[in-house]
Write a protein that binds this ligand. Structure first.
Ligand SMILES: CC(C)(COP(=O)(O)OP(=O)(O)OC[C@H]1O[C@@H](n2cnc3c(N)ncnc32)[C@H](O)[C@@H]1OP(=O)(O)O)[C@@H](O)C(=O)NCCC(=O)NCCS
Length: 156
């Protein structure tokens, strides 16, 4: 589901427990208020269990943040949330989903590879806080090219 500002406190809590260098309140609020940024989440028993900020850029959807509540991990919620994001982008006829992840974050890299992302590059010393490199990853929406050309052909 899409989240609004009413989830701010729960998002902040998951953010703080998930990252060594979490976003501050101001950044989270900014993302919740900017119309071009969407916030997806999973709510279970009226509690937020996972959230993600995504930013559409032409045919690419960029995942700026993705986290699952600590005590809800390894239960398939991350996969569920990423599938929701993928469905959203398929419906918008998007081509790919992109992201950067810290090279030290092997759990997340394994998670994204498991979903179907591939590694497409590396940016040296991308993260200013600890100097870690970024691994660039990409997921191409299945059948994007087929659907794109079928739509063009049906216009003829
Ligand atoms: C990465 C993260 C989002 C995964 O969420 P999750 O809900 O635990 O993931 P899922 O339960 O859907 O796991 C799906 C698959 O990912 C892989 N995976 C997830 N967590 C893993 C771990 N700790 N170790 C190894 N593989 C893991 C496994 O292949 C897993 O499948 P399996 O459970 O059948 O073996 C979660 O660990 C998290 O929020 N981490 C902290 C924040 C973060 O690093 N975000 C990414 C920043 S770019």
């Amino acid at each position: 589901m899409l989240l609004d500002i009413s989830f701010f406190e729960e998002i902040k809590k998951i953010e703080n427990e998930s990252f060594d260098f979490p976003w501050n309140e101001e950044t989270i609020l900014k993302c919740l208020n900017l119309p071009e940024i969407k916030c997806f989440g999973i709510v279970d028993s009226s509690q937020l269990c996972a959230f993600s900020f995504v930013l559409p850029k032409w045919k690419s959807l960029h995942v700026a943040k993705f986290a699952v509540k600590k005590n809800s991990r390894r239960k398939g919620l991350g996969m569920r949330l990423m599938n929701e994001i993928k469905s959203f982008w398929e419906m918008k006829r998007g081509k790919e989903i992109t992201l950067e992840v810290r090279s030290k974050n092997l759990t997340a890299i394994k998670f994204y590879l498991n979903f179907g992302f591939s590694i497409c590059g590396k940016i040296n010393k991308y993260y200013a806080d600890d100097g870690d490199d970024a691994v660039k990853m990409k997921y191409v929406i299945p059948h994007f090219f087929k659907n794109f050309f079928m739509a063009k052909i049906s216009d003829l």
